[in-house]
Design a protein around this ligand. Structure first.
Ligand SMILES: [Cu+2]
Length: 154
């Protein structure tokens, strides 16, 4: 009986340790929201997700107190038309960097709950497929600002 219990506990510990590790393995870099005119009811959100673990990480939902709802989209060219296709989840592959960008995967943030201007910070929360949540800040920036910034790096 006893060796069996020990073995079960060891396995359980390994599983828990692995899950804890997985949740800490998603790093979020340079999250930003292009500043929009105050009348705009929908904003875009961009970031880089770095999965430093050996297992895929699935983002199943995104939320923020600053928006009524948030969707994950993929921009695609369909018959010469630019379409945005809602995604049920985003998968950040093991040991990969996924960069949300214009014309690719991005966040769509609906109905801002307050006036958001360049320099403001928005708290976003990701929900992962294992039930864990991970929060991060996105900075509101003028689009031109970010373009200049990116230009600098190249
Ligand atoms: Cu979209």
């Amino acid at each position: 009986m006893r060796p069996y219990i020990t073995l079960t506990l060891s396995i359980l510990f390994l599983i828990l340790a692995k899950q804890a590790h997985a949740a800490d393995s998603l790093m979020i870099h340079s999250a930003w929201i292009p500043e929009m005119p105050p009348v705009s009811r929908v904003h875009a959100g961009f970031a880089s997700f770095h999965n430093a673990s050996d297992e895929d990480i699935e983002i199943t939902a995104v939320s923020s107190a600053d928006y009524a709802s948030i969707e994950m989209h993929l921009s695609k060219q369909v018959d010469d038309m630019a379409r945005m296709i809602p995604q049920k989840s985003l998968i950040v592959q093991a040991n990969q960097m996924m960069t949300l960008k214009n014309g690719g995967y991005h966040l769509m943030l609906f109905k801002p709950q307050r006036k958001l201007i360049a320099g403001d910070s928005v708290r976003l929360t990701l929900e992962l497929s294992d039930g864990k949540k991970q929060s991060f800040n996105a900075t509101v920036k003028k689009s031109s600002e970010e373009n200049n910034h990116q230009h600098h790096h190249h």
